[in-house]
Design a protein around this ligand. Sequence first.
Ligand code: UN1
Length: 512
Amino acid sequence: NLDIKDILKRLHINDINEAFSTGSTWGSSNGAIVKDITSPVDGQKIAAVKFATENDYNQVVVQASKAFKTWRTTPAPKRGEIVRQIGEALRANKQALGTLVSYEMGKSLQEGLGEVQEMIDIADFAVGLSRQLYGLTMHSERPEHRMYEQYHPLGIVGIISAFNFPVAVWSWNSLLALVCGDVCIWKPSEKTPLTAIACQHIAQEVFKKNNIDEGVSNLIIGDRNIGELMAADTRVPLISATGSTRMGKAVSAAVGARLGKSLLELGGNNAIIITENADLDMSLIGAVFGAVGTAGQRCTSTRRLIIHESVYDAFKQKLVSAYGQIRIGNPLDENNHMGPLIDADAVALYLDSIEKCKAEGGRFVVEGGKLEGAAYASGCYVKPCIAEVENHFKIVQHETFAPILYLIKYNTIEEAIDLQNGVPQGLSSAIMTNNLREAEQFLSYAGSDCGIANVNIGTSGAEVGGAFGGEKETGGGRESGSDAWKVYMRRQTNTINYSKTLPLAQGIKFDL
Ligand code: UN1
């Protein structure tokens, strides 16, 4: 294990860090606000960052617009080669970056390393994609005509990411966008800017080595003002935003008002249906990892268990005893399963949700609460808890970004599916069963309404190869694998006439 001081040095994190970077150039306006970044792990200050001003933002956009003009002319496989090198650089820095993710954000070291692995995986995916980016060809209704479609780069992609996956979300967006010929401006969460600065340095070394222009991959540190500038900016054709539903609605409205494109990855309220035909040991691992992994701060975290009445009591017992085994503490210590929440505000929301749940009639079978004591001095550590509830409770309908797990009983599979779908969000869902009929019913048009539906796997931990995202209040966007790349490009339909006449489509006659 590396020492944090060594890691900061290795990842080029200064005591005070500049507000923006267009590549080799880092800068900030005079008198910029300086904000300390403290770790939820031990409450210690890690470093400070300056916040960008509107003027800083405009400088970045001007540089990015300029860089786009050259980057789009670089052949896609050559762009892929740059991304391949970024993947290699991430491999070389996996331990250091994964550790800093764990220290700045609070997720377990295993999960920090796993997050960097997702970046490496999407880099590999994007490299292959750089020789594909396929369009279709069609048969024209007119003789000696040819029709096809092609995908062109879009321009500047604005990436607004959240604290919970502080670096991977950038890579899913930017590494695809880069092979697509776009340039990127990344506004990381103001809670986790240091890991973003580290990524900017890692990528920048690759750009520099390859003499790539300034402005292809940009970073801007700031608060929601910067997000608002991006959302309203017609120079930024696509905004990809990850975060709360409230933030997503604001971004969507601003981008929609100018008819821009947005890719939204918002809240989830993910459930696992545990059927009478489930392997209960497997279900236990899926449920507990889903609920306490990343301290319940994944958008794919398991929030609800919908359990068949015949196995309800037995499974509840298993859960209660498993929760008794969970070790909470410093996430860099590999013996611990669960680290802290991101900050004091998150702890307050968690405590408030527990109160609201109790007020609505929720019965806690594993009690929650804030942890006190020397090991928890940052004030961000809480106990994962479990409550028996009704699906319609207001608090159950709401995504609380914390390790609170709700238990709901069901009788028929139809009822279970209705409960699973009976929330405003639609990100991830799962069924645990060895019964083919019930699994297929869950996956059918009459089944889960989520963007992700798994069988005998929990709700979190999706692989990068599939399209990632969800329906309803989750926002409808898809990023990462499959054909998610298409949102980063503009589609053009081309019809070419190689005959000596000009026949019109639909048989229209127009003789001069
Ligand atoms: C998120 O929580 O914002 O499926 C993303 C998962 C991870 C991604 C989570 N691959 O849990």
